[in-house]
Design a binder for this molecule. Structure first.
Ligand code: MV4
Length: 444
């Protein structure tokens, strides 16, 4: 097994990786910015090394700095966490060229899935259902118009280099197409360096359901159930749960089959997530595949009992997955609430100094957080402070457990999303399990 791993990330996920490495007897090096020098992950790691100033571009995204840090600390592998360099295929290639193991899938899988138009084509070829839309990218407005006339409005334009909701535009009718196409193309070029677009039929009021997969180097691929992530605002997930509520057994079986087909088509290795939209008829459509550990992975760990970070590390070392699909059982229900340093009504970031932090605890409660008091929330990174995850026998009990956990949580000094979550957990649509994408763009 690896003797030492460098963690190229910060915050709760850096700490999450430190914890599993300690259990595996692997030494850790946290590569951090000046802003995170005194953070909990740097303190709990065996070693830490500063790779640059607070701005992520100069530290967490500084590839030469991170590779050098791995070399001077004699690290054998790099865990990228999520965000930053986690889905940068050039970084995965550079790691390999430098004799470092990138803890994640092969660069080729990251590259293919990072091109969302090609990912859609690959999924379709693999036999997964995709929405009616363009065959790969659309080359110009005329082609987009022809596709839209064929499939009917509303449609959604998406940037091939986007993903996770960035660089998308809903087009309601033919009159709106030209200007939407123009804006979307310009925005995509500025944001991703590629203005390539593709289009799909827009599904209103869908649910976002994603399937967790694991694959090893021997070609064994396992499914770890699904997560419903329909509680989102501006493409930021706020609450995730597993299993997905109100999913018909045949829909679940179809999602699993499709996820396995997509992962198999690219010989996927490591942990990955296949995202789908599910409509009220129970029909589902592939939209994207994420080639990283995700923020919401703890809900899956909670219902399966599998440490996904441990599996990523073991797979990267070359260990075969030590169990079969039949050994994986989904037990009970898990919910995760993301506690962000944000105004609970406007979701505007609330940077500042956390003066008090009392995490929840007790039966069936897990807290993944780098928070300590006092702690100054740096304004340079995302605003995630903590994830509270609860486990219970059924969804209704999990909801009550989460309300109890949130009620005992104290964060003073910054505004947090806790009041939002308390309202959400009382919302009839949420409690019935019928929460749909787009709800938070208007109400609550
Ligand atoms: C869609 C969609 C409806 N129809 N695609 C955004 C995140 C990315 N993973 C996929 N996203 C969506 N893709 C089609 N064909 C709806 C979303 C979507 C969304 C749309 C409007 C308002 C809020 C949303 C939140 C999540 C996803």
């Amino acid at each position: 097994m690896f003797q030492k791993i460098l963690i190229a990330n910060r915050g709760e996920i850096a700490l999450r990786i430190v914890r599993t490495c300690r259990e595996l007897g692997i030494r850790t090096v946290v590569a951090h910015s000046t802003a995170d020098a005194e953070s909990l992950p740097t303190r709990l790691a065996d070693e830490s090394i500063c790779v640059g100033p607070a701005e992520a571009r100069q530290s967490y995204l500084n590839i030469p700095g991170i590779i050098s840090a791995a070399e001077v600390t004699d690290s054998e592998a790099i865990h990228p966490g999520y965000g930053f360099l986690a889905e940068n295929p050039a970084f995965a290639d550079i790691c390999q060229a430098c004799g470092l193991t990138f803890i994640g899938p092969p660069a080729g899988a990251i590259r293919l899935m990072g091109d969302k138009a090609q990912a859609r084509l690959a999924a379709k070829k693999a036999g997964a259902p995709v929405l009616p839309g363009s065959e790969g990218p659309v080359k110009d407005l005329d082609e987009a118009r022809a596709v839209a006339d064929e499939i009917g409005y509303p449609i959604i334009l998406k940037a091939s280099a986007g993903g996770g909701g960035r660089g998308m535009r809903i087009v309601r009718d033919a009159d709106g197409l030209a200007s939407a196409f123009q804006t979307c193309q310009t925005e995509a070029g500025a944001a991703f360096g590629s203005s390539e677009l593709y289009c799909e039929k827009f599904v209103p009021d869908a649910r976002h359901v994603e399937v967790q997969v694991l694959g090893d180097r021997n070609g064994t691929r396992l499914l770890l159930g699904e997560r419903d992530c329909s509680v989102q605002r501006r493409h930021q997930k706020l609450l995730e749960e597993s299993p997905a509520p109100l999913l018909k057994p045949e829909t679940r079986a179809g999602l699993e089959r499709a996820a396995l087909a997509v992962a198999g088509a690219v010989n996927y290795e490591s942990a990955g997530t296949v995202e789908f939209l599910v409509d009220d008829a129970g029909d589902f459509y592939f939209i994207e595949m994420n080639t990283r550990i995700q923020v919401e992975h703890p809900v899956t760990e909670t219902v399966t009992g599998i440490d996904i970070v441990r599996e990523q590390i073991r797979i990267a070392w070359g260990h075969p997955l030590g169990y079969t699909q039949a050994a994986i059982r989904i037990a009970g229900h898990a919910i995760e609430c993301r506690i962000n340093a944000e105004d609970p009504d406007t979701f505007v970031p609330s940077a500042g100094r956390v003066t008090t932090w009392i995490p929840p605890g007790g039966f069936g409660v897990r807290v993944d957080s780098h928070l300590m008091a006092p702690y100054s929330v740096p304004p340079f990174y995302d605003s995630l402070l903590a994830k509270i995850i609860v486990h219970a026998d059924d969804r209704a009990t999990a909801i009550e457990r989460m309300r109890r956990a949130l009620a005992e949580t104290v964060v003073e000094g910054v505004k947090t999303t806790i009041p939002f979550h308390q309202r959400l957990l009382s919302d009839p649509a949420f409690r019935e399990g019928g929460f749909r994408l787009g709800r938070l763009e208007t109400t609550l």
